[in-house]
Ligand binder design. Structure first.
Ligand code: NAD
Length: 493
């Protein structure tokens, strides 16, 4: 019998279905061969929600067997057939928005408005790739010297291992599953140990929408490394698409080298947010709050370092303190909350360590900065001014509700500091002079730029980083091509 957990939603009444908490392999819910379980916690209270299967490498290889058995038939479906199924997934996810948002809030700790936004964002990948699926064009050219024909086709790359983080339990999964399926690939998804329930619910929805058995498999585990090692040494696996921290990405690149597996890596960030002296103050403050506080500050694109021109440093700093003070901290599923807890104790301890380090090195604490004495994993909205360059938070991801400000006089100096990091995912610039803004954007070393915008994520746009923030792109037509192999046929007629 399948293990399940029923997640109610106060707003919409009974859950649409109890969430199976076993492994999803070959179209069946199965227990792990080890029979072990791993606990899932509610970060708002620190209490256990349920437990899920804690699989080992043998279960993961069974999932690869299932993906392999389904691969040929799925690759042989027409783009239109795949598109229709993906479109249904989009509709079903949107139809279940309140329940899925509640589930995400419960296991991840983000406030309901952030969770609702994530559900819509995650659904959009199905809609976008349902459309994109039918637009994968080949190429035909004449070889300049011989006159032979150069015919190029895009074929599914093969079985893909997808590993996702806890900060977007739905969207990071659908951003990979949708393009993989659109390309004709079958997949094995390993969601984060902290947030497996959303992925299991999405797997059930996809099954109900007609995704054939074995096309999507989901394995949950507390021992990710032996699992990925086994899967990446199976020669049938041809792709790894990973989203998570840079150190884990680096380790997976090493693992993938043995079988020369194609790698897409969406890794960490350390986004600078530059406010020029001619920026519109209110627009910059709105954008700063979005770039900093979306998803509780737990986003790879989160603004990590604010560089503000000295002429507007004071009003900008005052504005950030006022806006951060207005945040309503509380349990994630409380409709009144605009900020929930961090994901776990380790995350809170890390944020506290970074804040204490910055203050010890001379930063001025203007708001927050103290851990809260309550159950759950809370860190209050915090603002630090005059953060020195040698503070650890200027080099590392804060991943929490902490604003770190520094003023600048010389724009070139701000750009140099912005680029002085191993990361290169996102960067933000505010100025009313478009020419100045574009010039700065061209000089910033980042895969994505927000020019007078605090949000750049969009399923239709190429998401990804440069330097040690990653390899490859997700979203847009680039995201689908990641799951394709280019085949060239030389011919004559
Ligand atoms: P993480 O690297 O600790 O874990 C990510 C995933 O990898 C999880 O599923 C985890 O179980 C698994 N994992 C951990 N160790 C592993 C190992 N040795 N081998 C195989 N798998 C392993 O990251 P996290 O804490 O879950 O997520 C936060 C990080 O993700 C941040 O650095 C953030 O910037 C990054 N992130 C990047 C993007 C992006 O698109 N670039 C998006 C979201 C999050």
């Amino acid at each position: 019998m399948t293990n399940t957990v029923t997640i109610p939603t106060p707003k919409t009444g009974p859950a649409p279905f109890p969430i199976p908490t076993d492994l999803w392999i070959g179209g069946k819910w199965v227990e792990s061969a080890t029979k072990k379980r791993v606990d899932v916690f509610d970060p708002s209270t620190g209490k256990k929600i349920t437990d899920v299967a804690d699989c080992d490498a043998s279960d993961a290889l069974a999932a690869v067997d299932a993906a392999d058995a389904a691969a040929a038939a799925w690759a042989a479906t027409t783009p239109r057939q795949r598109a229709e199924i993906l479109r249904k997934c989009y509709e079903q996810i949107v139809a279940n928005i309140e329940w899925l948002a509640y589930l995400i809030s419960l296991e991840n700790g983000k406030a309901l408005p952030d969770a609702r936004a994530e559900v819509l964002y995650s659904a959009e990948f199905y809609r976008w790739y349902a459309e994109e699926c039918c637009h994968v064009l080949g190429e035909l050219a004449m070889a300049p010297a011989s006159g032979a024909r150069i015919m190029v086709q895009y074929q599914p790359i093969g079985i893909a291992l997808l590993i996702t983080p806890w900060n977007y339990p739905a969207a990071m999964a659908t951003r990979k599953i949708a393009p993989a399926l659109a390309a004709g690939c079958t997949v094995v998804l390993k969601p984060a140990t902290e947030t497996p329930l959303t992925a299991l619910a999405v797997a059930q929805i996809m099954h109900d929408c007609g995704v054939p058995a074995g096309v999507v498999n989901v394995v949950t585990t507390s021992k990710a490394s032996p699992l990925s090692k086994a899967v990446l040494h199976d020669p049938r696996v041809r792709k790894i698409s990973f989203t998570g921290s840079t150190p884990v990405g680096r380790a997976l690149l090493h693992e993938a080298a043995d079988q020369v597996i194609s790698c897409a890596m969406e890794l960490g960030g350390n986004a600078p947010f530059i406010v020029c002296k001619d920026a519109n103050l209110n627009d910059a403050l709105d954008g700063a709050m979005l770039a900093k506080m979306r998803n509780s500050g737990e986003a790879c694109t989160a603004a990590n370092r604010f560089y503000v021109h000295k002429d507007i440093y004071k009003p900008f700093t005052d504005g950030m303190v006022a806006r951060m003070s207005a945040i309503k901290l509380g349990e994630a599923t409380d409709p009144e909350s605009t900020l929930g807890p961090m994901v776990n104790e380790k995350a809170v301890a890390k944020i506290a360590e970074l804040v204490d380090d910055a203050v010890a090195k001379g930063a001025k604490l203007l708001l927050g900065g103290q851990r809260l004495n309550r159950p759950g994993y809370y860190y209050p909205p915090t603002v630090l001014a005059d953060v020195p360059d040698n503070a650890d938070m200027m080099k590392e991801e804060i991943f929490g509700p902490v604003v770190s400000l520094q003023s600048f006089d010389d724009e070139e100096e701000a750009i140099r500091k912005a680029n002085d990091t191993e990361y290169g995912l996102a960067a933000y610039v505010y100025t009313q002079d478009l020419k100045r803004g574009l010039k700065i954007c061209e000089k910033l070393e980042a895969g994505m730029l927000g020019l007078n915008r605090g949000l750049m994520s969009d399923p239709a746009a190429p998401f990804g980083g440069v330097k040690q923030s990653g390899l490859g792109r997700e979203g847009s037509h680039h995201g689908l091509i990641e799951f394709c192999e280019i085949k060239y046929i030389a011919t004559n007629w």
